[in-house]
Structures are given as structure tokens and as C-alpha cells.
Design a protein around this ligand. Structure first.
Ligand SMILES: [Zn+2]
Length: 530
């Protein structure tokens, strides 16, 4: 079954890419990238990671010293434990995004004990000092064109010093009362709208009646049943608008809200992870300098998603749009219209297709593309990154991607170890779309798995050493500039490491990726990394 799924996924993407050839994408998108061709030079962030590790060690040492003082001199074991936990190293085997604090930190109450005042203020000084050093490092990294790495540091600043105004501004937060929110959310608040998981954004004075089964449609209140009847035809579908998405569905308002929420979560992690794709260094430099337009004044274009009530309706509708074999797909993205289509499957709650197609949509839908991607070479990463992103998960308020237990990665591991199947990087990257897609099964499925695992390798190897290079490579592949797009810098150039050496590192990496376990949902890949 799993194997069939992989074949079907490969076929699905084949459909997508045949379309990509046939269609010419009109200029669209809000992230105009006029990135000039950079000199070929490595994007290896190893030296910056080393500096980061030194800062981290220094910070951890200062926290442990404070914890000891709390324990030995002050008799405060609970405070010591809390401080020690903050000194723990961060596991980078998979990419995790913890939510940033929303509330502005309140000043210590006047009646707090002298001991508590001591350790809290000492901790704050250490955190703010570390945040300042991270800020300086992020500026240096940006100066060296390591945009993604620089933005990662800016986000980390807020984990130590959550009211750091510069970092908040760079990441687009605005203050609303005693909370930090996105500019979009601030606008919703001004309009007196609130987010509800069942009904999406609603005027706050309508929430109670919605919960009582009433719906406000065409300027009048009707029952939920009547409302469902009105939206049964896709032409009258519900439309759920969020910050980055417009979801149309004739399934139900609740399902549309759920889908929009999942896509917004996905967008948040993706946008954070791919900072260098969505912002060029001069844009981020302007943000650092405080010279950019106020965050949020530019409303991003919303990505459109259609979600059909049944598979039959999905097939019937899409058959009118394409001659491709829609029956073998579980979702599809059309680059020409920019719309991703999915359907309700009562037998599955697997969202991997949703995140796969959402990746294609975010990457190509965010750039003013005027042609096809990966036609001459390097096609593998277009599918590799989408297959990698299938592992996206929400776990409470945390988002993760890159679980080493994910099916694609485990398949690549099995093919590598048991069947000795691996296409060397030089050969793998040489293939353009047609060469990649014309390979017959079972190799095509194995190549999709290898693509996912190679994307994982470039994202996570040696603590994310090659992530910046990979994102720059992707950015060039999706460049609006035809010459750059057709001839992107190779991963050898961008990492500064020969393909044969990358092959060797990958072999070592995949061998150390843990075998499958019984767990169905893996929160942390603690023992499975490089
Ligand atoms: Zn695909």
C-alpha cells in the first residue's frame, strides 16, 4: 500500500510537471526578486555556525553559573532547575518551530521576594546580553548574504528576549495592547474580528450565534442547515479568507476553517525556514536598518485552494481543466492559475499530499515566474523539497518538519542500505524535468524518495551547515531571470564541497538515520541524526 502510494505520488507530480511545461505562468506574486546573479561562491555557513556555537556555549556557561548560585548560595532549587533547562542544547535533527511568546513581559511585581528579584533580574541580564550578541552575529551573517541563517538568528533572539523591539520589527510583529501580533492580526482586531477554529475569522459579536447553529449569509441570519444547502454547489462555495490563503469549499465551513488553519501553520514554518527564498538580502538589510515599509503595509497575495466535497466532484471538475489523468491524483497544483485543488477523503486523514502541493504553490506562486523550472538540469530538488515538506506536523503549538521516521526518508534509507540504490549527486542533478520524469518505475519512486532524503541531508547535515546553500539553489531555480533559472549555481559551488564528497557525507548520513520505529507520531528524532 505504501509502495502504491509512492508510485501514485510520483505519477501525481508527473501530472503537475507536464502541466508546468504546457503552461506559461503569467507574472504574478508579491515577492519580486530581482536578485542579480551572485558571484559563484560557497554559501557554507560553517564559520558562522562556529561563532554561534561559541556564543551558545558562553551563554550556557553563564546560565549554569547562575543556577549554581541559586542552588548553593540562595537555596532556590526550583529556580536553578528552570535556569538549567534554558541552558540545554537545541536538537537539530528535525526542524522545530516553537511558538514565540505573544505577551509583552510584565514588570516584576513590587511585592516579589528579594531572592526572586535577584535571580529573575540576573537571568534577564544574561538573556538580553545573549540576544545582543545574536543580533550582532545576524547582521554579520546578513552582510555575508546568509539571509536564511540571519533570519533564523533574529527569531532566536525572541526566544531569549521576547520584547526585543528590533527583532520584532524585522519579523513583522506589531504591538497590540500587551501582545505582539502580526500586522494582519492587528488589523483583524481593529475590525473587531476574532479567530475561531470552527468558523475562521468572525466579527466578535457574531460568534455566539454561530455557536448556536446560526449563520450570517447574504446579510441575514439563517440556520446552519439552510446555509449548507446554499453552499452545496461549488459555484457558491464557502470562502474562508486568512492572512495568506483563500480556501473555497463546498464541504463545510468547519472543514474550510480547519484546512485554512493547517495551511497557515504550514506557511508559518515554511516562511521561517525558507527566509532566504522569500527575502533577498537588500530587503532584509532595509528591515534591519528600519528603512523598509512598515511591516504589513504590503498585503501579501493570498494563495487560492479549492477543496471539493467528494473525489467524484474533484475529478469531474478537473477533467474540464486538463486532459491529464486526474484519477491517479489526490491533489494537484496548477501553476498557470496558481490554484491548488484537493478533495475530502473520508477514509484518510493523511495530509502529506496537502503539504506537498502547498510547497509547489508557495515556491512558484510567490515569484513572478515567466517560464518553466528545472527544465535543463537540477529538477530533483523541485520534487525533493516538496516530498521533504510532506513530513510537516503540528504538535500542540509546535510545528515540525523533517521527522527521520517519515515514510519517504525511511524508503530512501531502505533502498540505499538493502538494495544499494543511489544515484550519485552529479548524475542526479544533471537530470532536467523530462529526464527525471521519464524514468520508469520502480526507479521513479526510488528517485522521489532519494530526492526527499537528499533535501533532508542538505537541510540538516552537520547542524544545518548546507541549508543556506540549498535555499539559495532553490531561489536561483525559481528566479524570474531566465538565465539564472536555467543555469543555477550548482550545489557543489554553493556548498564549496565536491559532489563525490557530498555523496560520501550523504552515505554516512543515511546510514545513521534511525530505522523505523513502532511509534505512529514521532515528536522528536532524538537519536536519529548526524
Ligand atoms: Zn510534486
Amino acid at each position: 500500500m505504501a509502495f502504491m502510494h509512492r508510485i501514485s505520488s510520483a505519477a501525481r507530480c508527473c501530472v503537475l510537471l507536464i502541466l508546468a511545461v504546457a503552461c506559461c505562468c503569467p507574472s504574478r506574486g508579491s515577492f519580486a526578486q530581482n536578485r542579480g546573479r551572485q558571484n559563484k561562491r560557497p554559501r557554507d555557513v560553517a564559520t558562522f555556525r562556529k561563532k554561534y556555537a561559541e556564543l551558545r556555549d558562553k551563554y550556557a556557561a553563564s546560565l549554569i553559573e547562575l543556577a549554581r548560585t541559586c542552588e548553593d548560595d540562595k537555596g532556590l532549587p526550583e529556580a536553578a532547575a528552570l535556569i538549567r533547562a534554558l541552558a540545554e542544547p537545541i536538537d537539530t535533527t528535525e526542524l522545530r518551530l516553537a511558538p514565540l511568546p505573544r505577551h509583552v513581559v510584565a514588570p516584576l511585581p513590587a511585592d516579589v521576594s528579594a531572592d526572586e528579584r535577584f535571580w529573575r533580574s540576573q537571568l534577564k541580564v544574561r538573556q538580553q546580553d545573549h540576544a545582543k550578541e545574536l543580533y550582532a552575529l545576524s547582521r554579520q551573517a546578513l552582510f555575508d548574504d546568509h539571509v536564511s541563517f540571519s533570519l533564523d538568528l533574529v527569531r532566536e533572539i525572541l526566544l531569549h528576549d521576547s520584547d526585543n523591539v528590533a527583532a520584532r520589527r524585522i519579523l513583522g510583529f506589531v504591538r497590540s495592547g500587551d501582545e505582539w501580533v502580526s500586522a494582519f492580526e492587528a488589523r483583524m482586531r481593529k475590525e473587531k474580528k476574532v479567530w475561531t477554529d470552527n468558523f475562521a475569522w468572525l466579527p466578535e459579536d457574531q460568534v455566539e450565534r454561530y455557536q448556536q447553529g446560526k449563520r450570517y449569509t447574504n446579510r441575514r441570519w439563517i440556520s446552519a442547515e439552510k446555509d449548507a444547502d446554499l453552499h452545496r454547489d461549488f459555484a457558491n462555495a464557502w470562502e474562508i479568507k486568512t492572512e495568506h490563503y483563500r480556501v473555497r469549499t463546498n464541504h463545510s465551513l468547519e472543514k474550510g476553517a480547519d484546512l485554512a488553519r493547517k495551511l497557515e501553520d504550514f506557511h508559518e514554518l515554511f516562511f521561517q525556514m525558507m527566509g532566504g527564498f522569500f527575502n533577498n538580502s537588500s530587503e532584509v538589510q532595509a528591515l534591519f536598518a528600519g528603512n523598509a515599509a512598515k511591516p504589513g503595509t504590503r498585503q501579501p497575495k493570498q494563495h487560492v485552494v479549492h477543496f471539493y466535497r467528494t473525489r467524484d466532484e474533484y475529478i469531474a471538475t478537473l477533467k474540464q481543466l486538463t486532459k491529464q489523468p486526474i484519477e491517479i491524483t489526490k491533489g494537484i497544483y496548477f501553476p498557470d492559475s496558481g490554484i491548488a485543488h484537493f478533495f475530502f477523503d473520508p477514509e484518510s486523514d493523511d495530509d502529506s499530499t496537502l503539504y506537498h502541493e502547498a510547497t509547489h504553490q508557495l515556491l512558484s506562486g510567490s515569484r513572478p515566474m515567466t517560464g518553466e523550472i528545472g527544465m535543463k538540469s537540477d529538477f530533483w530538488i523541485i520534487e525533493g523539497i516538496a516530498c521533504y515538506m510532506e513530513s510537516f506536523k503540528r504538535d500542540g503549538e509546535r510545528f515540525t518538519v523533517g521527522d527521520p521516521q517519515h515514510g519517504r526518508l525511511q524508503a530512501a534509507r531502505m533502498h540505499f542500505l538493502n538494495e544499494g540504490y543511489y544515484v550519485p549527486l552529479r548524475e542526479f542533478t544533471r537530470m532536467g524535468m523530462v529526464a527525471f520524469q521519464s524514468i520508469k518505475k520502480p526507479e521513479i519512486a526510488m528517485n522521489y524518495s532519494q530526492g526527499a532524503a537528499l533535501a533532508h541531508f542538505f537541510m540538516h547535515y552537520d547542524d544545518g551547515r548546507y541549508r543556506e546553500a540549498l535555499i539559495e539553489h532553490l531561489s536561483q531555480m525559481y528566479s524570474p531571470n531566465k538565465a539564472t533559472r536555467e543555469n543555477p549555481d550548482s550545489l557543489e559551488d554553493l556548498t564549496g564541497v565536491a559532489a563525490e564528497e557530498l555523496d560520501r557525507q550523504y552515505a554516512d548520513y543515511i546510514r545513521r538515520l534511525g530505522p523505523p520505529t513502532q511509534r505512529t507520531r514521532a515528536p522528536v528524532g532524538a537519536n536519529a541524526g548526524p
